[in-house]
Design a protein around this ligand. Structure first.
Ligand SMILES: Nc1ncnc2c1ncn2[C@@H]1O[C@H](COP(=O)(O)OP(=O)(O)OP(=O)(O)O)[C@@H](O)[C@H]1O
Length: 277
């Protein structure tokens, strides 16, 4: 696998700061006292087993869910102080489930990503195309420009969604499973592209090898709590894999570390002590 670029975090300035965040639903605490910072420009991967709270955390970060406790500062301003259009110029989100209800063709649909920047005057189409066309080329969807959104394959639609998020020209990108629906070639292409962006990214990822290869730091969530946060080499340990994910794996000494799973798994979670109540 391609070695990652050097760290993207350009300095110690924070784009996002989360303090003591908790969110409960139906009497259950799904997110429990979460605190972390995101450095400007860095790629932060959020990993953890199914149900750990990754998507819920992301939903809090783009203001869809309102945590009952804690604070979120986005570029030094409280998230709940952002007006909708200001937030759309600051954050772009790609969700895990990528259904798109639209009869528009890809190009028309991508142009809607410029809505937060449009005034009452006619939009500047030439300027919008200068933003959209290079992104279509970069995401390998230029040949689909005239095709209707409803006819795209799952992988094409996923790349279209990422392009649409970037058309917004956000300062921070939130991605929930960006490699969903993608073949391995496009998974690597997307992760490499994310690394090459000048803006920072927070991405929920299930593939720990992709996360290790392409993220500056990883935040491991387990049962709604931060289990660990640090570089892939710091947090991807055999103990964590066994206790959080319930798997046995060999971890290379290389940087970033590469995981090799042991098959068959003789000591799965039930025997290996996953941190379940
Ligand atoms: N609106 C809700 N009502 C009830 N339970 C919820 C709600 N939203 C999330 N949950 C529960 O909170 C837990 C965390 O869900 P979440 O989708 O955040 O996990 P995740 O880490 O993203 O999981 P996955 O890897 O499977 O996508 C799950 O047990 C889920 O069922």
């Amino acid at each position: 696998m391609t070695a990652p670029a050097q760290t993207k975090a350009n300095n110690t300035s924070k784009s996002l700061s989360v303090e003591d965040l908790s969110w409960s639903v139906a009497g259950r605490r799904v997110l429990d006292n979460i605190s972390f910072g995101h450095q400007s420009g860095e790629v932060l991967g959020v990993i953890g087993p199914n149900g750990a709270g990754k998507s819920s955390l992301l939903r809090c970060l783009y203001s869809y869910l309102k945590p009952q406790q804690g604070s979120i500062q986005l570029f030094d301003k409280a998230l709940n102080q952002y007006a909708p259009s200001e937030l759309a110029q600051t954050l772009a989100v790609v969700l895990q489930h990528n259904q798109v209800e639209s009869d528009a063709n890809l190009l028309q649909w991508l142009a809607l990503g410029r809505t937060p920047y449009r005034s009452w005057r006619a939009s500047d189409q030439a300027q919008e195309m200068a933003i959209i066309e290079p992104l279509m080329a970069r995401l390998d969807i230029g040949h689909l420009a005239q095709q209707s959104m409803s006819s795209l394959s799952g992988g094409e639609r996923q790349r279209a969604l990422i392009a649409r998020a970037l058309v917004q020209q956000p300062k921070l990108l939130l991605l929930d499973e960006p490699s969903n629906h993608l073949d391995i070639g496009h998974q690597i292409q997307i992760m490499q592209m994310i690394r090459s962006l000048s803006i920072g990214t927070i991405a929920c990822l299930h593939d720990l090898n992709l996360a290790s290869a392409y993220c500056d730091r990883l935040l491991i969530l387990n049962q709604g709590k931060v289990h660990a946060i640090g570089t892939p080499a710091e947090v991807l340990t055999r103990d964590t894999l066994r206790h959080v994910f319930g798997v046995n794996a060999q971890i290379s000494d290389s940087s970033p570390p590469y995981l090799k799973y042991c098959f068959p798994q003789e000591n799965r979670a039930e025997d290996g002590g996953r941190e379940h109540a």
